[in-house]
Design a binder for this molecule. Structure first.
Ligand SMILES: Nc1ncnc2c1ncn2[C@@H]1O[C@H](COP(=O)(O)OP(=O)(O)OP(=O)(O)O)[C@@H](O)[C@H]1O
Ligand SMILES: [Mg+2]
Length: 311
Protein backbone atom coordinates (compact mmCIF):
# COMPACT_ATOMS: atom_id res chain seq x y z
CA UNK A 1 0.00 0.00 0.00
CA UNK A 2 1.29 3.43 -0.91
CA UNK A 3 1.09 6.33 1.50
CA UNK A 4 2.28 8.70 -1.20
CA UNK A 5 2.07 8.46 -4.94
CA UNK A 6 3.15 11.69 -6.63
CA UNK A 7 3.58 11.87 -10.38
CA UNK A 8 5.38 14.57 -12.34
CA UNK A 9 4.67 17.28 -9.81
CA UNK A 10 5.70 20.79 -10.85
CA UNK A 11 5.46 24.06 -8.98
CA UNK A 12 6.71 27.50 -9.97
CA UNK A 13 6.46 30.45 -7.61
CA UNK A 14 5.56 33.70 -9.30
CA UNK A 15 6.16 37.09 -7.71
CA UNK A 16 6.29 40.76 -8.71
CA UNK A 17 3.68 42.67 -10.69
CA UNK A 18 5.83 44.75 -13.03
CA UNK A 19 9.07 42.84 -13.08
CA UNK A 20 7.79 39.30 -12.87
CA UNK A 21 10.02 36.80 -11.21
CA UNK A 22 9.52 33.10 -11.62
CA UNK A 23 11.16 30.48 -9.41
CA UNK A 24 10.69 26.92 -10.55
CA UNK A 25 10.71 25.07 -7.21
CA UNK A 26 9.74 21.60 -8.47
CA UNK A 27 10.34 20.40 -12.03
CA UNK A 28 8.48 17.15 -12.46
CA UNK A 29 8.96 15.18 -9.25
CA UNK A 30 7.66 11.62 -9.03
CA UNK A 31 7.79 9.91 -5.67
CA UNK A 32 6.23 6.88 -4.02
CA UNK A 33 6.41 6.08 -0.32
CA UNK A 34 5.14 2.84 1.18
CA UNK A 35 2.83 2.90 4.19
CA UNK A 36 4.68 2.46 7.45
CA UNK A 37 7.97 3.69 6.02
CA UNK A 38 10.22 6.45 7.26
CA UNK A 39 11.30 8.30 4.15
CA UNK A 40 13.93 11.03 3.96
CA UNK A 41 14.22 13.92 1.54
CA UNK A 42 17.76 15.17 1.49
CA UNK A 43 18.98 18.19 -0.40
CA UNK A 44 20.68 21.58 -0.26
CA UNK A 45 18.97 24.91 0.48
CA UNK A 46 16.37 25.80 -2.09
CA UNK A 47 16.19 22.26 -3.50
CA UNK A 48 12.40 22.18 -3.18
CA UNK A 49 12.04 19.95 -0.10
CA UNK A 50 9.66 22.20 1.83
CA UNK A 51 7.67 22.90 -1.32
CA UNK A 52 7.25 19.18 -1.96
CA UNK A 53 6.22 18.48 1.65
CA UNK A 54 3.76 21.37 1.53
CA UNK A 55 2.15 19.99 -1.62
CA UNK A 56 1.93 16.49 -0.14
CA UNK A 57 0.43 17.96 3.03
CA UNK A 58 -2.20 19.92 0.99
CA UNK A 59 -0.80 23.30 2.05
CA UNK A 60 0.13 24.21 -1.53
CA UNK A 61 -1.40 23.15 -4.83
CA UNK A 62 0.84 21.89 -7.61
CA UNK A 63 0.78 23.56 -11.04
CA UNK A 64 1.04 20.23 -12.73
CA UNK A 65 1.05 16.54 -11.87
CA UNK A 66 -1.03 14.18 -9.82
CA UNK A 67 -0.72 13.57 -6.11
CA UNK A 68 -2.38 10.76 -4.17
CA UNK A 69 -1.89 10.72 -0.42
CA UNK A 70 -3.26 7.73 1.53
CA UNK A 71 -5.03 6.78 -1.65
CA UNK A 72 -6.84 10.13 -1.92
CA UNK A 73 -6.43 12.88 -4.50
CA UNK A 74 -4.95 15.92 -2.72
CA UNK A 75 -6.86 18.32 -4.95
CA UNK A 76 -10.32 16.77 -4.93
CA UNK A 77 -10.23 15.18 -1.48
CA UNK A 78 -8.09 17.68 0.43
CA UNK A 79 -10.29 17.76 3.54
CA UNK A 80 -10.31 14.00 3.96
CA UNK A 81 -6.53 13.85 3.45
CA UNK A 82 -5.91 16.65 5.95
CA UNK A 83 -7.73 14.88 8.76
CA UNK A 84 -5.34 11.95 8.46
CA UNK A 85 -2.00 13.75 8.28
CA UNK A 86 -0.03 16.45 10.02
CA UNK A 87 3.16 18.40 9.56
CA UNK A 88 5.74 19.85 11.92
CA UNK A 89 8.38 22.28 10.88
CA UNK A 90 11.72 22.98 12.51
CA UNK A 91 10.92 26.64 11.85
CA UNK A 92 7.50 26.54 13.50
CA UNK A 93 6.42 29.42 15.65
CA UNK A 94 3.48 29.82 17.99
CA UNK A 95 1.96 32.78 19.79
CA UNK A 96 4.71 34.16 21.99
CA UNK A 97 2.91 34.48 25.32
CA UNK A 98 0.96 31.22 25.34
CA UNK A 99 2.12 28.26 27.39
CA UNK A 100 2.58 24.71 26.12
CA UNK A 101 -0.78 23.28 27.33
CA UNK A 102 -2.64 26.32 25.93
CA UNK A 103 -0.95 26.02 22.55
CA UNK A 104 -1.70 22.31 22.31
CA UNK A 105 -5.31 22.78 23.44
CA UNK A 106 -5.78 25.53 20.85
CA UNK A 107 -4.59 23.30 18.01
CA UNK A 108 -6.46 20.32 19.39
CA UNK A 109 -9.72 22.28 19.14
CA UNK A 110 -8.85 23.26 15.56
CA UNK A 111 -8.53 19.56 14.84
CA UNK A 112 -11.93 18.95 16.39
CA UNK A 113 -10.81 17.37 19.66
CA UNK A 114 -12.68 18.67 22.72
CA UNK A 115 -13.35 18.25 26.44
CA UNK A 116 -11.89 15.39 28.43
CA UNK A 117 -10.42 13.72 25.34
CA UNK A 118 -8.55 16.89 24.50
CA UNK A 119 -7.24 17.31 28.06
CA UNK A 120 -6.10 13.69 28.13
CA UNK A 121 -4.38 13.91 24.76
CA UNK A 122 -2.62 17.17 25.62
CA UNK A 123 -1.35 15.66 28.88
CA UNK A 124 -0.16 12.51 27.13
CA UNK A 125 1.69 14.48 24.48
CA UNK A 126 3.29 16.78 27.03
CA UNK A 127 4.48 13.66 28.78
CA UNK A 128 5.73 11.70 25.73
CA UNK A 129 7.41 14.76 24.24
CA UNK A 130 9.16 15.40 27.59
CA UNK A 131 7.65 18.81 28.10
CA UNK A 132 6.29 18.28 31.65
CA UNK A 133 8.83 20.50 33.37
CA UNK A 134 8.06 23.43 31.07
CA UNK A 135 4.29 23.66 31.27
CA UNK A 136 4.26 27.15 32.74
CA UNK A 137 6.91 28.75 30.54
CA UNK A 138 5.66 31.22 27.88
CA UNK A 139 6.46 30.13 24.33
CA UNK A 140 9.03 32.85 23.63
CA UNK A 141 11.08 31.75 26.65
CA UNK A 142 11.38 28.14 25.50
CA UNK A 143 14.72 26.91 24.12
CA UNK A 144 15.00 25.82 20.48
CA UNK A 145 14.89 22.15 21.50
CA UNK A 146 11.70 22.63 23.50
CA UNK A 147 10.08 24.58 20.67
CA UNK A 148 10.91 21.72 18.33
CA UNK A 149 9.41 19.16 20.69
CA UNK A 150 6.32 21.31 21.05
CA UNK A 151 5.98 21.47 17.25
CA UNK A 152 6.19 17.67 17.19
CA UNK A 153 3.60 17.36 19.97
CA UNK A 154 1.26 19.69 18.06
CA UNK A 155 1.61 17.55 14.94
CA UNK A 156 0.51 14.44 16.86
CA UNK A 157 -2.70 15.94 18.23
CA UNK A 158 -4.94 14.53 15.50
CA UNK A 159 -3.25 11.11 15.74
CA UNK A 160 -2.09 11.27 12.11
CA UNK A 161 -1.40 8.19 9.99
CA UNK A 162 1.07 10.20 7.97
CA UNK A 163 3.46 12.73 9.44
CA UNK A 164 5.59 15.25 7.59
CA UNK A 165 8.59 16.63 9.46
CA UNK A 166 10.43 19.53 7.89
CA UNK A 167 13.93 19.61 9.37
CA UNK A 168 12.89 18.26 12.75
CA UNK A 169 16.33 18.63 14.32
CA UNK A 170 17.20 22.07 12.94
CA UNK A 171 19.37 23.95 15.40
CA UNK A 172 19.41 21.24 18.06
CA UNK A 173 22.48 20.07 19.91
CA UNK A 174 23.61 16.48 19.21
CA UNK A 175 22.18 15.07 22.42
CA UNK A 176 18.74 16.61 21.97
CA UNK A 177 18.62 15.66 18.28
CA UNK A 178 19.48 12.06 19.12
CA UNK A 179 16.59 11.92 21.62
CA UNK A 180 14.23 13.46 19.11
CA UNK A 181 15.32 10.94 16.48
CA UNK A 182 14.58 8.09 18.89
CA UNK A 183 11.16 9.56 19.49
CA UNK A 184 10.51 9.79 15.75
CA UNK A 185 11.63 6.19 15.29
CA UNK A 186 9.25 5.06 18.05
CA UNK A 187 6.29 6.74 16.34
CA UNK A 188 6.78 4.38 13.47
CA UNK A 189 7.56 1.27 15.48
CA UNK A 190 4.83 1.76 18.10
CA UNK A 191 2.07 3.38 16.06
CA UNK A 192 2.92 2.29 12.55
CA UNK A 193 2.97 5.90 11.41
CA UNK A 194 4.33 6.75 7.97
CA UNK A 195 6.87 9.54 8.28
CA UNK A 196 8.37 11.72 5.56
CA UNK A 197 11.09 14.05 6.77
CA UNK A 198 13.52 16.50 5.27
CA UNK A 199 17.01 17.03 6.54
CA UNK A 200 20.41 18.41 5.61
CA UNK A 201 22.13 15.75 7.66
CA UNK A 202 23.29 12.63 5.88
CA UNK A 203 23.70 10.77 9.18
CA UNK A 204 20.22 11.64 10.32
CA UNK A 205 18.73 10.33 7.11
CA UNK A 206 20.80 7.21 7.38
CA UNK A 207 19.87 6.53 10.98
CA UNK A 208 16.15 7.16 10.65
CA UNK A 209 15.08 6.43 7.11
CA UNK A 210 14.33 3.20 5.27
CA UNK A 211 14.78 5.07 2.04
CA UNK A 212 16.19 8.41 1.00
CA UNK A 213 15.66 10.60 -2.05
CA UNK A 214 18.16 13.27 -3.04
CA UNK A 215 16.50 16.34 -4.35
CA UNK A 216 18.27 19.22 -6.02
CA UNK A 217 16.99 22.15 -8.07
CA UNK A 218 13.47 20.75 -7.99
CA UNK A 219 14.35 17.29 -9.22
CA UNK A 220 14.95 13.93 -7.59
CA UNK A 221 18.43 12.86 -8.59
CA UNK A 222 18.53 9.49 -6.85
CA UNK A 223 16.59 7.38 -4.41
CA UNK A 224 17.24 4.22 -2.47
CA UNK A 225 18.34 2.87 0.88
CA UNK A 226 21.40 4.52 2.41
CA UNK A 227 23.47 1.51 1.41
CA UNK A 228 22.21 1.48 -2.15
CA UNK A 229 22.93 5.18 -2.53
CA UNK A 230 26.38 4.88 -1.04
CA UNK A 231 27.23 2.10 -3.41
CA UNK A 232 25.72 3.97 -6.29
CA UNK A 233 27.41 7.24 -5.48
CA UNK A 234 30.44 5.86 -3.68
CA UNK A 235 30.15 8.10 -0.67
CA UNK A 236 31.51 6.98 2.62
CA UNK A 237 33.67 8.17 5.48
CA UNK A 238 36.81 10.06 4.69
CA UNK A 239 40.03 9.17 6.50
CA UNK A 240 42.80 11.73 6.06
CA UNK A 241 46.33 10.52 6.81
CA UNK A 242 49.27 12.87 7.25
CA UNK A 243 52.12 11.04 5.59
CA UNK A 244 55.42 11.60 3.79
CA UNK A 245 55.02 12.13 0.05
CA UNK A 246 54.46 8.86 -1.80
CA UNK A 247 53.58 6.82 1.28
CA UNK A 248 50.42 4.70 1.23
CA UNK A 249 50.39 4.44 -2.56
CA UNK A 250 48.67 1.04 -2.45
CA UNK A 251 45.89 1.89 0.01
CA UNK A 252 43.54 2.68 -2.89
CA UNK A 253 43.53 -1.00 -3.84
CA UNK A 254 42.42 -2.28 -0.45
CA UNK A 255 38.97 -3.74 0.24
CA UNK A 256 36.44 -1.12 1.34
CA UNK A 257 38.50 1.78 -0.02
CA UNK A 258 36.38 3.59 -2.57
CA UNK A 259 38.90 6.27 -3.45
CA UNK A 260 42.38 7.38 -2.40
CA UNK A 261 43.37 10.95 -3.25
CA UNK A 262 46.81 12.44 -2.51
CA UNK A 263 46.67 15.74 -0.58
CA UNK A 264 49.32 18.37 0.16
CA UNK A 265 50.39 16.57 3.33
CA UNK A 266 49.35 12.97 2.78
CA UNK A 267 46.45 10.93 1.53
CA UNK A 268 42.67 11.03 1.82
CA UNK A 269 40.90 7.69 1.66
CA UNK A 270 37.16 7.46 1.12
CA UNK A 271 36.04 4.20 2.72
CA UNK A 272 32.74 2.40 3.18
CA UNK A 273 33.10 2.50 6.98
CA UNK A 274 35.86 4.26 8.91
CA UNK A 275 35.27 2.11 11.96
CA UNK A 276 35.89 -1.04 9.96
CA UNK A 277 38.72 0.15 7.68
CA UNK A 278 40.84 2.41 9.88
CA UNK A 279 42.62 -0.44 11.71
CA UNK A 280 43.29 -2.24 8.40
CA UNK A 281 44.66 0.90 6.74
CA UNK A 282 46.86 1.69 9.71
CA UNK A 283 48.18 -1.88 9.69
CA UNK A 284 48.97 -1.59 5.98
CA UNK A 285 50.80 1.70 6.49
CA UNK A 286 52.69 0.20 9.41
CA UNK A 287 53.55 -2.81 7.20
CA UNK A 288 55.16 -0.65 4.57
CA UNK A 289 57.11 1.26 7.21
CA UNK A 290 55.35 4.59 6.65
CA UNK A 291 55.32 7.23 9.38
CA UNK A 292 51.76 8.26 10.20
CA UNK A 293 51.93 11.86 11.49
CA UNK A 294 48.23 12.27 11.97
CA UNK A 295 44.82 10.76 11.24
CA UNK A 296 41.48 12.51 10.97
CA UNK A 297 38.14 10.92 10.21
CA UNK A 298 35.23 12.92 8.87
CA UNK A 299 31.77 12.13 7.64
CA UNK A 300 31.02 12.86 4.03
CA UNK A 301 29.42 16.23 3.48
CA UNK A 302 26.12 16.45 1.71
CA UNK A 303 27.81 18.68 -0.84
CA UNK A 304 30.22 15.88 -1.74
CA UNK A 305 27.29 13.61 -2.43
CA UNK A 306 25.80 16.14 -4.78
CA UNK A 307 29.07 16.75 -6.53
CA UNK A 308 29.12 13.03 -7.24
CA UNK A 309 25.46 12.98 -8.23
CA UNK A 310 25.68 15.95 -10.56
CA UNK A 311 28.43 14.37 -12.68
N1 LIG B 1 6.51 31.30 -1.15
C1 LIG B 1 7.50 31.37 -2.03
N2 LIG B 1 7.57 32.37 -2.94
C2 LIG B 1 8.55 32.42 -3.86
N3 LIG B 1 9.54 31.52 -3.95
C3 LIG B 1 9.54 30.52 -3.07
C4 LIG B 1 8.53 30.37 -2.07
N4 LIG B 1 8.80 29.25 -1.35
C5 LIG B 1 9.91 28.73 -1.88
N5 LIG B 1 10.36 29.46 -2.92
C6 LIG B 1 11.54 29.16 -3.75
O1 LIG B 1 11.38 27.85 -4.25
C7 LIG B 1 12.62 27.14 -4.21
C8 LIG B 1 12.48 25.90 -3.34
O2 LIG B 1 12.31 26.30 -1.99
P1 LIG B 1 12.09 25.30 -0.79
O3 LIG B 1 11.77 26.11 0.40
O4 LIG B 1 11.12 24.26 -1.19
O5 LIG B 1 13.53 24.63 -0.65
P2 LIG B 1 14.10 23.69 0.50
O6 LIG B 1 14.68 22.50 -0.18
O7 LIG B 1 13.08 23.45 1.54
O8 LIG B 1 15.29 24.56 1.08
P3 LIG B 1 15.86 24.66 2.59
O9 LIG B 1 16.78 23.50 2.74
O10 LIG B 1 16.60 25.95 2.58
O11 LIG B 1 14.71 24.64 3.53
C9 LIG B 1 13.64 28.14 -3.72
O12 LIG B 1 14.27 28.71 -4.82
C10 LIG B 1 12.82 29.16 -2.97
O13 LIG B 1 13.45 30.40 -3.00
MG1 LIG C 1 12.95 23.88 3.54
Amino acid sequence: MLAIDAREVAKTFRAGLIRRRETPALRGVSLTVERGAVFGLLGPNGAGKTTLLSILATLLTPDRGEVYVLGLDVRREADAVRRRLNMASGNASFLWNLRIPEILAFYGRLYGVHGATLRRRVDELIHTCELDAHRRVPYNELSTGLKQRLALAKSLLNEPELLFLDEPTLGLDPDVSARLRRHIASLRSERGMTIVLTTHYMREAEELCDEIAFIKAGQILARGTADQLKRQIAIGDVIAFRLDPGAGARLGEMTGVLRATPTSDGLECTVDSAEKRLPELLAALHGEGATVRGVAVREPQLEEVFVELAR
